[in-house]
Write a protein that binds this ligand. Structure first.
Ligand code: TLP
Length: 354
C-alpha cells in the first residue's frame, strides 16, 4: 500500500520538509541577516561554500534569485550571456537578467543541454565596435529541459578554459548539482571548481522548504550580497528557513540515489507502453521526459498529452505537461517504489487502447 494519497511527480520542488527540518527550524538561532548577524544563515553559507570548494556563500530565496544575482553581479549593461537554448535561465526566469541586468542572451542550441568548447569559442564575441561584449557563460547541471542529464566536471572545465581564456567568467546553474554528483559518483566541488560562481537549491530534491545558495570568491559574494539587496532578497531572521537547508545538506544528499532508481524504473516501464517514447539514455537522475507519439500527427499527440495528464490526475497521479506533446515526471523523497507502480498502472490503463 502506498503511504501517499496523491503521487505528485510534477516537480521535486513539491517535497515537504522532514520532521527533522521542522525541528531544526523551530530551534534555529537567528539574527538580522541583512546586518550579517544570523548565525544559522552564516552556518549554511559556510557549509555550502565548503561543500563546493568555494571561499564564500550567499543564501538566497530561490534558484531564480541565485541565477539573477549571479548574472547581474558578473556582468554590466549591454554585455552578452552565452548559454544553452533550453537552459532554465533563458526559458523560465522571466527575462530577469534582461530586465534587471540589461544584458542580452546569446542562446546556443546544444545536443544534451551542454555547450561544447567549440560552441563557446564560436559564441564568444570578438572585439569589434558593432558587437556586444561577452560578459558571462552559463552552464546548467543537471539539465532540466533535457531530462536531468548530467555533464562531467571535465566537460565544465573544458568550457571554462575557453571562456576564461577570453577573460569571461562562468556561472553554473546547479539547481540539482547534488543529483549530478550522486549520479556520476563525483564530489560536488569537482563540478564547481571550474566555475566562478555556482547556485544550488536546497528546495528541490534535498527537500528543504525554501532557498538556494550561491557560492564563489569572497569578492564575488560581496558583490552578489549587494545585488541580492537590490532585488529585495535581503532577508531578516532567515535562519528559520536556513536551518532546514543545513539538514538538507547534512542528511538528504545520499538518498538522491533512491530517486534516481525510481526514475529509471518509471522510465523503463513507460517506454514499453504504446504511443509513449522515453530516451532512456537521458534518464541519468530524477527526471523522466515522456514523448507522446500518438498516430495522427502533432495535433493528435497534443490532444493525447492533455488527456493523459487529466487521466493521471483522475487516478491521483499528478504529472506535468511540458510543451505540446511531452510529459515530465520528477521523482523525489515523497515518491516511493509503490507510487511508481501506481503511476505505471495509470499510464498503462490510459494507453491500453492506443
Ligand atoms: N525549476 C522548476 C521550474 O521553474 C521549472 C522545476 O520545477 O523544475 N535552475 C533550474 C535548472 C531549475 O530547474 C529551476 C527550477 C531553477 C533554476 C529555479 O529555481 P526556483 O524554482 O527555486 O526559482
Amino acid at each position: 500500500m502506498s503511504v501517499h494519497d496523491i503521487v505528485d511527480l510534477r516537480s521535486d520542488t513539491l517535497t515537504l520538509p522532514t520532521p527533522e527540518m521542522r525541528e531544526a527550524m523551530a530551534r534555529a538561532e537567528v539574527g538580522d541577516d541583512v546586518w550579517e548577524e544570523d548565525p544559522t544563515v552564516k552556518r549554511l553559507e559556510a557549509m555550502a561554500a565548503e561543500r563546493l570548494g568555494k571561499a564564500a556563500g550567499l543564501f538566497v530565496a530561490s534558484g531564480t534569485m541565485g541565477n539573477l544575482v549571479s548574472v547581474v553581479s558578473h556582468t554590466r549593461a549591454g554585455q552578452e550571456v552565452v548559454l544553452d537554448l533550453d537552459s532554465h535561465i533563458f526559458n523560465y526566469e522571466v527575462a530577469g537578467s534582461a530586465v534587471i541586468g540589461h544584458v542580452q542572451m546569446h542562446p546556443v542550441k546544444t545536443a544534451r543541454g551542454f555547450l561544447t568548447p567549440d560552441q563557446v569559442r564560436e559564441a564568444l564575441r570578438p572585439s569589434n565596435i558593432h558587437l556586444p561584449p561577452t560578459g558571462l557563460v552559463c552552464v546548467e547541471n543537471t539539465h532540466n529541459r533535457h531530462g536531468g542529464t548530467c555533464c562531467t566536471p571535465e566537460e565544465i572545465a573544458a568550457v571554462a578554459e575557453i571562456a576564461h581564456g577570453a577573460g569571461v567568467p562562468v556561472h553554473l546553474d546547479g539547481a540539482r548539482l547534488f543529483n549530478a554528483a550522486v549520479a556520476l559518483r563525483r564530489e560536488a566541488r569537482e563540478f564547481a571548481r571550474p566555475a566562478d560562481s555556482v547556485t544550488f537549491c536546497v528546495s528541490k530534491g534535498l527537500a528543504a522548504p525554501v532557498g538556494s545558495v550561491v557560492c564563489g570568491s569572497v569578492e564575488f559574494i560581496a558583490r552578489a550580497r549587494r545585488t541580492r539587496k537590490m532585488v529585495g532578497g535581503g532577508m531578516r531572521q532567515a535562519g528559520v528557513i536556513a536551518a532546514a537547508g543545513i539538514v538538507a545538506l547534512e542528511r538528504m544528499v545520499d538518498r538522491l540515489a533512491e530517486d534516481h532508481a525510481n526514475a529509471r524504473r518509471l522510465a523503463e516501464g513507460l517506454a514499453k507502453l504504446p504511443g509513449l517514447a522515453v530516451d532512456l539514455a537521458t534518464v541519468q537522475t530524477n527526471i523522466v521526459i515522456v514523448r507522446v507519439e500518438r498516430p495522427g500527427g502533432p495535433a493528435a499527440s497534443a490532444a493525447a498529452t492533455g488527456e493523459l495528464v487529466a487521466g493521471c490526475a483522475a487516478r491521483k497521479v499528478k504529472v506535468h505537461a511540458m510543451g505540446p506533446a511531452a510529459i515530465r515526471c520528477v521523482t523525489h523523497k515523497d515518491v516511493d517504489a509503490e507510487d511508481i507502480r501506481r503511476t505505471l498502472e495509470a499510464f498503462a490503463e490510459l494507453t491500453r487502447r492506443w
